[in-house]
Design a binder for this molecule. Sequence first.
Ligand code: 4AD
Ligand code: MG
Length: 458
Amino acid sequence: MKHTDIKVLFEDSAKFLNASVTVCGWVRTWRDSKSIAFIELNDGTSLKNLQLVIEKDKTEESMVKPALVVGCALQVVGTFIPSERNGFELSVQTITVLGGCPQDYPLQKKHHTLEFLRTIPHLRPRTKYFEAVFAVRNALSFAIHKYFNAHGYKYVHTPIITGSDCEGAGEMFRVTTQPWKTDCKNEQEYYAADFFGAKAGLTVSGQLEGEVAAMGLGKIYTFGPTFRAEHSNTTRHAAEFWQIEPEVCFCDLHDIIEIGEDFIKSIIKDVLSSCPEELAYFNERIEKGLIEKLNHVTESDFGKITYTEAVEVLKKSGKEFKYPVEWGCDLQTEHERYLTEEYFKKPVFVTDYPADIKAFYMKLNADGKTVAATDLLVPGIGEIIGCSEREADLEKLKAAMLKRGMPLESYSEYLDTRKYGSVPHSGFGLGFERMLMYITGVQNIRDTLLYPRTVGSL
Ligand code: 4AD
Ligand code: MG
């Protein structure tokens, strides 16, 4: 269908001025009076609607009436002209209704609550809010690929179906084609007859395979869906979310922190310049001061504190936390938010966590108690990055796995990376939706995904 995107009309307005153009889109709102009618048309290419002006004495009534319907799809031919109020508008010659829209269309009003919109995920991309969210989601993805491409990383595609639980937290969704069977003697026998001849699940992280790739390609990143069967019913947890996981050889914790900070600042800068309209909208609609916050983040150094120091800060804070803090405990969201929102008032890397609360693959520090790991915490959200230097020593790695009761034989290929030419290497995982929440101010992870998957909701 030959037509011009509304975004192109606005961007290239000089070229189209006073020319006849064809546009397509959906009616967002309309107004009618005796001699003139107005339609706000949106085609998804621009947050801005194009105003259609219909002078009734110049247009057939049979053409106009069916178009004055919220939600219906139109193809319109008209003249693109300057307008005092809107910058530009379209003086309509002909209208064709491509798809009518009956009265039960749920998006009749201009504003709907986010809770209501969550009940109609198939229709919410037709609202300004979600148009803006998905525009930034797109721009952020692109910015991430640009960053790694410009810095010589190879994009690798790690498997989605896997046999290894990278984080060791037992949160894998099972993948099976087996019918229900009760006559197996044990789990092993049951899975031996399954599609892969072994227990399989959806990946919680591409890291282990990413490490394998980095060990030949030098530096890589993954950007793909990851899955966690966590029962955390919070505004920051989804069962299916996207993760960006760079893995870098010849790189220690200090180096990867530098990379992480540079990466976060660069992608924010990129989105600030590629999505000014969307961010201005979020700045007004969701988080006052959002743009100032983002600019500030790109210009100032991130905070750094060790876990041990952070525990002291939390204990001295005088705050009544729901979960009391002691050295050795996992930091809860309330602790993370105090550190980043009230103490540092900016993003902060917390480093050197107790080994016992972190994953098996992290490098043991010289103290024998803590690991060379860091989480990046940001105001409003808490953890957005989980990062570590990896344990490169074969014997220490095996010991950490055995301590956690992991079957070494299932990880023999992973262990080979430490056996054959092991090198210091580090990596991190950025939760894509959490980053998107931070950049847009969106408060609930369910409003960053086309079809959010959360516990109890498919
Ligand atoms: O801290 P996590 O569990 O780290 C890993 O998976 C490592 N293997 C990463 C690596 O070193 N390559 O997860 C990384 C990030 C978290 O910081 C968080 O932003 C996000 O993934 N995340 C979630 N996002 C949404 N919903 C969930 N259920 C999430 N779980 C983790
Ligand atoms: Mg983590």
